[in-house]
Ligand binder design. Sequence first.
Ligand code: SAM
Length: 281
Amino acid sequence: MPGILYLVATPIGNLEDITLRALRILKEVDLVAAEDTRHSRKLFNHYDIRTPLTSYHQHNESEKGEQLLVQLHEGKQIALVSDAGTPAISDPGYLLVARCRREGITVNSVPGPSAGVAALAVSGLPVERFAFEGFLPPRSKGRCETLRTLAQEKRTLIFYEAPHRLLATLSDLRQELGDEREVVVARELTKLHEEIFCGRADAAAEHFSAGRVRGEIVLLVAPARDEAPEEEPIEMLQRLRREGELSRKEMTRQVAKCFSLPGSDVYRLSLDLDAEEEGAG
Ligand code: SAM
C-alpha cells in the first residue's frame, strides 16, 4: 500500500495557531519534509515533536520530490510543511502534490492558517469574490503591466508583498489604479506588531513612507467600482420609448435590471411618461 502525503498548515506568526490534528499528524508520520528545517525545528521544539525532518524547498523541489515519491510508494507517511501557513500556496508543494495525484498516492489536507485568507477576513473589503495573485513581479515594469491587467477587476485582489517593495508597489498601484483606490495593508498578522492599515492608495503610501517598513505583508486592493451610469433610469426609459423597438414589458425589465429597481416602480414610471405625453399632446 502506498503511503499518504499530508499537507500540514503551520502558524503564520503566533505558535498557538496550529490545530490539534496538525500536531498529532506531525508526531505520527515517518518523515516531515520542511521548507527550512531550522525554521520548523523551532515549532517542533515548542511542541516536543521528534519526527525526522528533511528539507524540501524551491531549489531542490524536483530532485527531492522524486525521493519523497519513492518513499511514499514504499508506504511511508510523509507530512509537508512550509515556513508559515499552508504549503503549496506561494510555497513549494504544487509539483509534489500534482505527481502524487497522477501516481495514485493519497494527498490529505490538514488545514490551518494562510496569510492571504486571514488578511482578507479582517480587511473589511468585499469577501464574496476575491482573486489571489501571490507575489507581484519584483520590477516596476512587470508590476505595472500586471496591475494594468487587473485595473478593472471586480473582485478583491490579494497580493503577498515584501516589506522593502511595499512603497514601490503602492506607487505603481497609484499610477495604474489611481490614488483613490481603497487598499488594506495587513502587516505582521497574529504577531506582536500586527497592523491593519485601511485607506486610499495615496494615504497608504504616505503612512508607510514615514519610516522603514518591516515585517510580513499582505496587500489587498478593493474591487474596481462600476463606471457611473451615463443615464438615469428615467432617461433610459425615455430613450427606449423613442427608439420604439421594445414592448413596455421588455423596457421595464431592462431598466429594472440595469438599475436594480423593482419592476413595478419602473412600470409605473413608464405609465407616468405616457400620461405626460398625452397631457402635452
Ligand atoms: N504559504 C503561506 C501562506 O499560506 O500564507 C505563504 C508563503 S509566502 C512565501 C510568504 C508571504 O506570506 C510573506 O511574504 C507575506 O506576504 C505573507 N505572510 C506570511 N505570514 C504573514 C503574516 N504573519 N502577516 C502578513 N503577511 C504574511
